[in-house]
Design a protein around this ligand. Structure first.
Ligand code: GDP
Length: 298
């Protein structure tokens, strides 16, 4: 929790300071609720989550007969926890071999970095990992992945130029032949003009299904927490196109917009598998709703 606290320091500073003023004392009244609303919106929770949280907090206040502003913090923590707890659904990679994880996300979101971190994470759990360099439109992404694989003794299946779907298909076949546990398949984050990104990624998904009918077993969108409310639009767009099964929220450490998790929970509750709270390998960790709420408020 200390690490998480440090990671969330920017959101904490912004949210915590404003909330400290609110919870300072005095009566719970309409002015206080109005101020609370402003604070939650400022932390990028968005209108639907903020409205829902306020309603829930009011109910708790009435139910428990709370009078003093200092008692509001506990009520808010409980409401927020209840809202975001369904996002906490750790990914199980058991039961399939290889377990195929398809990674999506726009360039700069932290997709390549997260793939590296995930590969390490699973290796540390004794799993063998193979990477598919499916971002064939961006040479740098491929090279970054190959270099990373060499440093960490992880096989990377890549192809100069070429077709992302073909790379992923080859990677799955290689994984099957070698008895690999987990395939992490990268996909394009941006395309040169005419082609539509979603069509390209849907094609990758279809071809993965050709290799293994029930794969991809996980379709994970990597999101940069700094984009705040825009994250919702990205989740909706990728979910509509691909049927997302998980999210990775990166760069929570660099942003005051950590409240976006509440917005996701309210507006498109796709399981938040991992959060990134820094650039080092162990700064990608399974999402822990209670830890997140405690880190924000305590
Ligand atoms: P991609 O274009 O989506 O593959 O993005 P990259 O993986 O290349 O990441 C873009 C930048 O974000 C890099 O400088 C990463 O080091 C940085 N980054 C990724 N995840 C995190 C994170 O959780 N915290 C911080 N502070 N930086 C991150």
């Amino acid at each position: 929790t200390e690490r998480l606290k440090a990671g969330l320091s920017k959101t904490r500073d912004k949210l915590g300071k404003s909330l400290a003023g609110l919870f300072g004392g005095g009566q719970i009244d309409e002015d206080l609720y109005e101020e609370l609303e402003t604070v939650l919106l400022t932390a990028d929770m968005g209108v639907p989550a903020t409205t829902g949280l306020l309603k829930d907090v009011r109910e708790r206040v009435t139910l428990k007969g709370l009078k003093d502003a200092s008692e509001l913090k506990g009520a808010l923590k409980e409401s927020l926890h209840e809202l975001i707890a369904p996002l906490e659904a750790p990914l199980s990679v058991e039961g399939r071999k290889p377990f195929v994880i398809m990674m999506a996300g726009v360039n700069g979101a932290g997709k390549t970095t997260s793939i590296g971190k995930l590969a390490k994470y699973y290796q540390s759990q004794g799993k063998s990992v193979l990477l598919a360099a499916g971002d064939t439109f961006r040479a740098a992404a491929r090279e970054q992945l190959i270099a990373w694989g060499e440093r960490n003794n992880v096989t990377v299946i890549a192809q100069q130029g070429g077709d992302a779907a073909a790379v992923c298909f080859d990677a799955i076949q290689a994984a099957q032949a070698r008895g690999i546990d987990i395939v992490l398949a990268d996909t394009a984050g941006r395309l040169p003009t005419q082609l539509h990104l979603m069509e390209e990624i849907k094609k990758v998904k279809r071809v993965i299904q050709k290799a293994i009918p029930d794969a991809p077993h996980e379709i994970m969108l990597v999101l940069d927490a700094n984009i705040g409310q825009n994250a919702i639009n990205q989740v909706k767009a990728f979910d509509d196109a691909l049927g997302l099964t998980g999210l990775v929220l990166t760069k929570l450490d660099g942003t005051a917009k950590g409240g976006v998790i509440a917005a996701i929970a309210k507006e498109r509750p796709v399981p938040l598998r991992f959060v990134g709270v820094g650039e080092s390998i162990d700064d990608l960790r399974p999402f822990d709703a209670r830890g997140y709420v405690d880190a924000l408020f305590d």
